[in-house]
Design a protein. Structure first.
Length: 414
């Protein structure tokens, strides 16, 4: 069969949605406008579609610079949170309403900073994962289920820019334009597959669970390339440089990487320059800004060089080591993990979902590394619950994992 001409191939694509049905609304940035928005949302009905845009990579922290909402009978609203200390009027207006978000874990923290917390939650990305869709990005799910394409761009834009360009606002508005309809289709799929109650457990866990955060004093250990720093003294220098950069970034409200890249911190920790010329000869320290702030970086280097508080080369972890190290350190745990992982993958395939949705990899690793003293179905189920598995996950994985722990497959030769 000959290839279709390009024009014919284009005709087979779903239609492209370039802006909301009712157009792009004005951005709310006054107390009067916020009150009008709250009154409209309170007068609406049904669930509310919610999204937020951050300025990751441009500003310090992860706060929201635009909040989008849409509700039946209320219309679509765009709010600039910067002029407000809180969005409490919006929270009050949505009292009891279900929120629909896509990839809610990304937006819930910055919305919470604004005083916004859902009473009920539906996450369309998580629902798509549980329904077994192969692609779960918003554009892909909308195209698959609603047969329309979203004009998606500007996702990595600097949303702290003011005024926001009209085409950026159009993009942001489209993020909530079809979420209510998407929820309807995903609910239908989950009902047909008998997974709706499972999804509700996941949504409630996501709404109420607060994942552990890295303590502020240890966040410097997330520096990219830190594995190149080979001594406690050099790590102390890196730590002090990171702290100096973080303090300056917070004061200026810019992303730390805009002040100095991680690679510059690592290079300075390795070279330990003592003078301004030596510092400016270090990779990453160039330009007028580096020269102007040179005393700051040299003070940090000196503080690290003289510190008596030397960090350990490897931060101690409460969890098990990476499974790749188990084969030599704990061969039985390695066999158990490999067996359970493979069997769970087959079970997930039967349920039309990804294995990590069926059971979080971290939970499986912890269980295989430190199983109950007495391995039986009840003990394994109890341990899964302690590790945070939801009841629907326990019901469908405990037996599989129990057998894997009791009778793991042998290791293949070689």
């Amino acid at each position: 069969m000959p290839d279709c001409p390009a024009d014919d191939a284009e005709d087979t694509l779903p239609p492209l949605l370039t802006e909301p049905a009712e157009g792009v609304p004005f951005v709310i940035d006054t107390d009067r406008g916020l009150q009008r928005c709250a009154e409209a949302l309170a007068a609406g009905s049904g669930p509310v579609a919610v999204d937020a845009e951050r300025a990751s990579g441009f500003r310090y922290g992860q706060r929201a610079f635009l909040v989008q909402l849409k509700r039946a009978g209320s219309g679509l609203w765009l709010i600039d949170p910067e002029p407000f200390d809180t969005l409490a009027p919006i929270q009050q207006a949505l009292d009891g309403a279900e929120w629909i978000l896509h990839a809610a874990s990304q937006d819930l923290p910055c919305l919470a900073e604004l005083g916004m917390h859902p009473h009920r939650l539906f996450d369309t990305e998580l629902a798509a994962r549980m329904a077994g869709l192969p692609r779960v990005g918003l554009g892909a799910v909308v195209e698959t289920l609603l047969h329309v394409r979203l004009a998606k761009e500007h996702s990595a834009a600097d949303w702290s820019r003011r005024p926001l360009p009209k085409d950026w606002l159009r993009y942001a508005a489209l993020d909530v334009e079809l979420l209510v309809e998407l929820r309807t289709e995903l609910t239908r799929m989950l009902d047909e597959q008998g997974k709706h109650s499972w999804a509700e457990e996941e949504f409630e866990h996501l709404r109420t669970h607060r994942p552990p955060t890295v303590p502020r004093k240890d966040r410097w250990r997330k520096t990219s390339g830190i594995n190149k720093v080979k001594s406690p003294r050099r790590l102390a220098v890196l730590r002090e440089l990171w702290r100096a950069r973080d303090h300056l970034a917070e004061r200026r409200d810019v992303a730390p990487g805009h002040i100095l890249p991680d690679s510059a911190l690592v290079a300075a920790a390795a070279a330990v320059p003592r003078t301004v010329p030596e510092l400016l000869a270090t990779p990453g320290f160039h330009g007028r800004a580096a020269k102007r702030e040179a005393p700051r970086w040299l003070r940090a280097i000196n503080a690290g060089s003289s510190s008596e508080d030397l960090p350990e080369l490897q931060r101690r972890s409460a969890g098990p080591p990476p499974p790749r190290a188990w084969k030599d350190r704990n061969p039985l745990a390695y066999r158990r993990y490999r067996t359970a992982r493979d069997w769970l993958a087959a079970r997930a395939d039967e349920l039309a979902m990804m294995p990590e949705t069926l059971l979080t990899p971290a939970v499986l690793k912890q269980l295989c590394w430190e199983p109950p003293a007495q391995i039986d179905l009840d003990a394994v189920a109890g341990r899964l619950a302690e590790l945070g598995a939801r009841s629907w996950q326990i019901d469908r994985t405990a037996a599989v994992v129990t057998v894997a722990l009791l009778d793991p497959d042998p290791l293949e030769d070689g």
